[in-house]
Design a protein around this ligand. Sequence first.
Ligand SMILES: C[S@@+](CC[C@H](N)C(=O)[O-])C[C@H]1O[C@@H](n2cnc3c(N)ncnc32)[C@H](O)[C@@H]1O
Length: 222
Amino acid sequence: MKETETAHKAWDETWKSEDGRAIWLDPEQEVRELADRLFESGARKVLDLGCGVGRHAAYFASRGYETWALDGSETGVEHARKLAEKTGLSIDFEVGLMTDLPYGDAMFDYVISFNVIYHGDQKTVAKAVSEIRRTLKPGGIYQGTMLSKRNGYYGKGVEVSKDTFVYDHDGSGDEAHPHYYCDARELVELFEGFEVSTLRDVNHDHRRSEHWHWHLAAERLP
Ligand SMILES: C[S@@+](CC[C@H](N)C(=O)[O-])C[C@H]1O[C@@H](n2cnc3c(N)ncnc32)[C@H](O)[C@@H]1O
């Protein structure tokens, strides 16, 4: 494990409480929409990378996808597994790290990683992107988010390497672990070997400035 790849430990604590899990249970509309569209055009194998408590993996399996889901948090995977068992969904779960995926080359039609791969420094994030590229089929689709430099946490705390910040403001949040922030040009450079097809900077809470995240979809080039 790389030194900066530690945020899953904070998430493991979050996933232990009902309050911590509460806002992560409903699949995002944009994920549902793209998943449905890709399924209609023939996509069948999907990976939910950094699945948390499994909201997207459950959605994919319920729509007929052959579904794999991985997370660095054992507690997250345990909850996701229980939900799948309870609802009779077949999902192949794994506890593991985004920089070393236990899957073969060109295995997936679709990989999503929602609010996950920016946990680390630039090198860690670049390694996660190369693992996503390796495991996607040529022409396969990646959907995910990255932290934008417009985000209110950008520049806060200690810069442990370029554009990577650790902000230990209350001793418990995942900001106490390295987070990498980028602008649009840096994001496109990071996704070398992909054609970025949509890119939007979204503020999830317009009353506050903390919440700017890039939302992207990209096609894996041959
Ligand atoms: C903000 S949560 C998002 C969970 C899920 N993608 C969702 O949208 O509901 C981030 C997740 O990424 C996982 N994570 C963080 N760093 C990771 C790493 N290096 N490898 C694997 N999972 C990681 C955490 O354990 C946590 O479950």
